[in-house]
Design a protein around this ligand. Sequence first.
Ligand code: SME
Length: 179
Amino acid sequence: MAEVTLDLRDLPKLDAYAQLVAHVDAVLAGITDPIAAMATISALVHHGFGHLWTGFYRVVESGRRLRVGPYQGTLGCLEIAFGRGVCGTAAAERRSVIVPDVHAFPGHITCDARAASEIVVPVLSADGELLAVLDIDSAQPDAFDEEDRVGLERLVEWFARHPASDPFHSPDAGHHSRL
Ligand code: SME
């Protein structure tokens, strides 16, 4: 049952995120590769809720630069400086940022003109290092609230619970490996 993309759209958010957290743990059992985790989490969140864009920007220069990671949606911009846009603000301030109306956020970076609201949450390692941010765009205004913030922050705790293996030279093989 693990290899299922959940449809969470009709559930209360608290239930949706509880299911999502459990499902991510099940799907990623045996995996510590952060790229595989980012790809899997992007797909499950994106299709589970029907968002416009869902994905990760990774810290490639500490305190300076984010670069796009695994995502679902239309083409995302490749790099974002700390302090720029919603992602760069969340990264610089190491806090979640909810933007009910992207047009009212000074410096918002538009990747898809249909985006109306956005949430960005920081992704931390077990020792509190900023690894990435998780960025979600919605075509609906005011789509995200405190329940999304809490749910998504819980979801990305996966990265603190699973110290990263080298994504390019990792022997990870989960129980549902196709090898
Ligand atoms: N809107 C983001 C940029 C990334 S895209 O939405 C995929 C921002 O302002 O940081």
